[in-house]
Design a protein around this ligand. Sequence first.
Ligand code: GDP
Length: 440
Amino acid sequence: MFENLSDRLERSFKILKGEGKITEINVAETLKDVRRALLDADVNYKVAKTFTDTVKQKALGMNVLTVVKPGQLMVKIVHDELAELMGGKASDLHLDGKPAIILMSGLQGSGKTTFSGKLANMLKAKNRKNPLLVACDVYRPAAIEQLGVVGQTVGVPVYSEPGNKDVVAIANNAIREARAKGNDVVIIDTAGRLAIDEQMMDEIAALKQAVNPDETLFVVDAMTGQDAVNTAKEFNDRLDFDGVVLTKLDGDTRGGAALSIRTVVTKPIKFVGTGEKMEAIDVFHPDRMADRILGMGDIVSLVERAQEQFDEKQAKELEKKIRKNQFDFSDFLNQIQQIKKMGNLKDLAAMIPGLGSKIKDIDIDDSVLKSIEAIINSMTPKERSNPKIINQSRRMRIAKGSGTTLQDVNRLMKQFDQMRTMMKLVTGTSNSKMMQMANA
Ligand code: GDP
């Protein structure tokens, strides 16, 4: 995500490296580069110009500082302005209504249905809500089915009226049903078109007027760059929506949409989608995004994701097992599954400060985890809890069963062994040994 922009900005700051102080000339030179980097990242022309003008003013106004190097100062100013450009602070959802009604809008394929499921899932898990999903995309029968599948995946009921084309009636019936069944949030998925279309706009505007949502969200594919910004403007002119959802940020997006949309429509980005899975949703934090763009990593989000996915009780139990040297293949499998829930490996690695720009050309392949999983899944429960019994013939059977090679199985066995040795060293009985070594 935003790799090119990060690289380019890093290079612009180098102009200031070695300079003793900030001057009109070196600032102008740096900012010319910054502006070019922004334009190449598909940032709106006016937004890029205003941005660099503001940064320039701030930088020149800070001439007196001597403790901070000009390069560092510039990174700081650009960081703060980037965060400001994206809205400063994270924005909350309005969920006051009883039930709270959330209306999704956006073009077809932007990710509305997927996001409706992700949001329902998140509200259920984090806010302890009891959502109802409503299928108001009445033109494509497949769309109703798709929402059904999404609802099933996240364990949230879906209201639909196949055959009925009156979206206002469907939405009103759904809200009535929500009240009757105790659903406190109603998420309405609507029909999109491939491009802006009057009929679609009329329909969603009428729907908005009829159900008076607490929150109207505009969902847009970040990969579409400036088009995303233009579409946002047209939807906002008609709908006056409350917030933006930027999807597909896991792809090779250049960053233009994320950086321009807020200024053009004066509405905050509230969420981002970072994958096809139901867990791939993040609350949008402008300051953390600025960190990421400047290659400072995003350790806060990484920790939060870990906290969401890892169960503290489980972690304590695991620690106990490690202490007793009872960590086995079932625990290992469990760990892998938890890591997978956090997102793809490359995305996770990119959140670690300093690593993002270094790993961009390295192919980190999630299929490594898949083959490890397959190998462990091919072991019998006895083998998993007592790896010592896995002899050559068992290894051959496991390789065959998992569709891997004997070499793969051997490698995993060896790594597992090393891991256990490491764990033993840092915990439990070996503490005394380490103390002895330290005292020697
Ligand atoms: P809708 O027509 O607006 O309802 O869009 P869908 O929810 O059907 O999404 C269109 C496609 O984009 C589907 O293949 C989704 O799996 C995919 N998609 C949605 N959100 C994301 C995302 O954040 N990342 C990626 N990589 N794909 C996504």
